[in-house]
Design a protein around this ligand. Sequence first.
Ligand code: FES
Length: 199
Amino acid sequence: MNKILLKIDGREVEAGEGMTILEAARKVGIVIPTLCHHEKLEPYGACRICTVEAEIRGSTKLVAACLYPVEQDLIVRTRSERVDKIRRMILELLLAHAPEARQLQDLAKEYGADKDRFEKEPSFCILCGLCVRYCAEVKKKNAVGFVNRGAGREISFIPEIASKECWKCKECFPLCPTEALQAAYVFTEALVSLTSFQA
Ligand code: FES
C-alpha cells in the first residue's frame, strides 16, 4: 500500500492509499464526531457531522471525513469556526427530530448548539441508516428498512422477517444514536402478536 503524508490539525500523519480522512485521523487518536459511520459498513455520508476543512493546493473545501479519501499533502482542519458552525447547524436540525437523544445532546453541548432553535418535529429517527445497513450488510437479513420518501421517510421493521430474526439478534439496538430503535422494535413485536392473536 502506498504511503500518503498529510497534515491533520497541524500534525503529520502517515496514511495508506484508499483510507479516508476519518480513518487517518482515528489512527492517530484525533477525534472527529460521526453519527452514521460504522467501521463494518460501507461509508454512507448521510449525517455530515464529520464535516472537516480540507485544503489542497491552496484551495479549501468542506468535506465529509468519512467519505473523503486522503491524498498527498492534504491539510485537514477538524475544528475551525466554519466546521463548528456547520456541525452546530446539523445538530440543531437533528435535535428537532430527536430532542431526547443523549448522543446529540452531548454533541450539542460541545458545539454550543441550541436544541430549541428549530420547531420540534419529533420522529426520533435521524435517518442515519445504521440499523438498516447493519442488518443488510452484516447480518444479511434485511429485517429493517426505509419506508416512504421525502419528509415521510422513516425506518420500519419488516414484521414477517423481524418476528423470525430479531428476537435472537438485536445487534442493531446499540448502534442507534437516538435510542429510538428499540421502541420501534417493541411496537412491531406488539403488532405481530396482535395480528397473530386476531388470526
Ligand atoms: Fe460522515 Fe455521517 S459520519 S456523514
